[in-house]
Design a protein around this ligand. Structure first.
Ligand code: SF4
Length: 317
């Protein structure tokens, strides 16, 4: 069941050179109890797409069209007060660097209790019990003791668990995890991803996982959206995507993974375009090995491969 739907989102930035479009027709939906991975190179628009959901955009960004539907309401038209009730409470963010979300001057427990008070209206013993439960659920040992600690006394993995505990204490229906394991070592990465799995299974939470790490996606995601230069170029169930990628950019990304044993690693020539660059037709055409005349002149639509698999490439028309 879909809990949130992003429909035809278009967004741009006001730059020194005028208004520049950064996202084109972004559409995806989040399902209860599933992980959707938004994948792509740095600067492709993954994070800004996710921040649009929370309406936490930089001042110079502007959403020019589209809808973000949650509980039959468009978040884009929502007032600040209503949004405050959704952010953190219904839709929670797990950032790349948890240190930026925790205030170093207060204990982790004080910060968790504040969140519980604001979003659940609980005080005193009830709030404290909820905080301990949340810490225990994310497997922070000696929960009562650790609530008294300051953020600098937590390791990176523990900080990330504390942030996840805040989302759980508010019973968030949707978690937006923005490169949640990038700052962590491999063992802790696996523990945090196992925790996400546990949450999606036990609480039926929808998770939007933003990452550039295809190995992580292969192991953990239920479905995948690949982004390139502000557009979604391929959408598919994860199994199907890894077995049968269709878009030349997806194929090139997968061929550049070190896990392709026996095959030499491929690189994608050139660089992704900057926001200032105007590119006609398919935005991948300057780097695509299969480029055709039509690719330079026309924009490919999302062509259907199978029930839930789409590719924005003329080869799949
Ligand atoms: Fe390559 Fe053309 Fe497909 Fe774009 S539309 S990915 S340029 S083949």
């Amino acid at each position: 069941m879909s809990v949130l739907e992003v429909k035809n989102l278009n967004l741009g930035f006001v730059c020194d050179c005028g208004f520049r479009q950064a996202l084109w027709d972004i559409s995806f939906s989040l399902d209860c109890g599933k992980i959707l991975a938004l994948v792509g190179e740095s600067g492709c628009g993954k994070t800004i797409s996710a921040m649009s959901i929370l309406q936490l955009l930089p001042k110079r960004a502007s959403l020019t069209s589209g809808e973000i539907l949650y509980e039959n309401k468009n978040l884009i038209n929502m007032g600040n007060k209503e949004l405050q009730n959704i952010r953190g409470k219904k839709i929670a963010l797990i950032p790349q660097d948890p240190m930026t979300s925790l205030n170093p001057l207060f204990t982790v427990g004080e910060q968790l209790l504040e969140v519980i008070y604001i979003h659940q209206g609980l005080k005193g013993k009830d709030a404290y019990r909820k905080a301990v439960e949340a810490f225990e659920e994310v497997q922070i040992p000696c929960a009562e003791e650790r609530l008294k600690a300051y953020p600098h006394e937590f390791s990176g993995g523990m900080k990330q668990r504390a942030i996840i505990a805040m989302a759980l204490a508010c019973n968030a229906e949707i978690l937006i995890a923005d490169e949640p394991t990038t700052a962590l070592d491999v063992t802790i990465q696996a523990q945090i991803m196992d925790l996400m799995h546990k949450i999606k299974k036990e609480r039926n939470t929808a998770i939007l996982l933003i990452t550039h790490d295809l190995a992580l996606v292969r192991e953990h995601a239920d479905s995948v959206c690949v982004m390139y230069a502000g557009r979604i170029v391929e959408k598919a169930p994860a199994d199907e995507f890894f077995a049968n990628p269709k878009h030349p950019y997806s194929v090139a990304l997968l061929n550049s993974l070190p896990s392709n044993r026996g095959k030499s690693l491929e690189t994608i020539c050139g660089q992704p375009p900057s926001i200032q660059q105007d590119i006609s037709g398919c935005r991948f055409h300057p780097r695509c090995k299969s480029v055709m005349d039509i690719c330079v002149k026309e924009i490919p639509q999302q062509y259907k491969i199978s029930k839930c698999h789409y590719s924005a490439c003329f080869l799949n028309k």
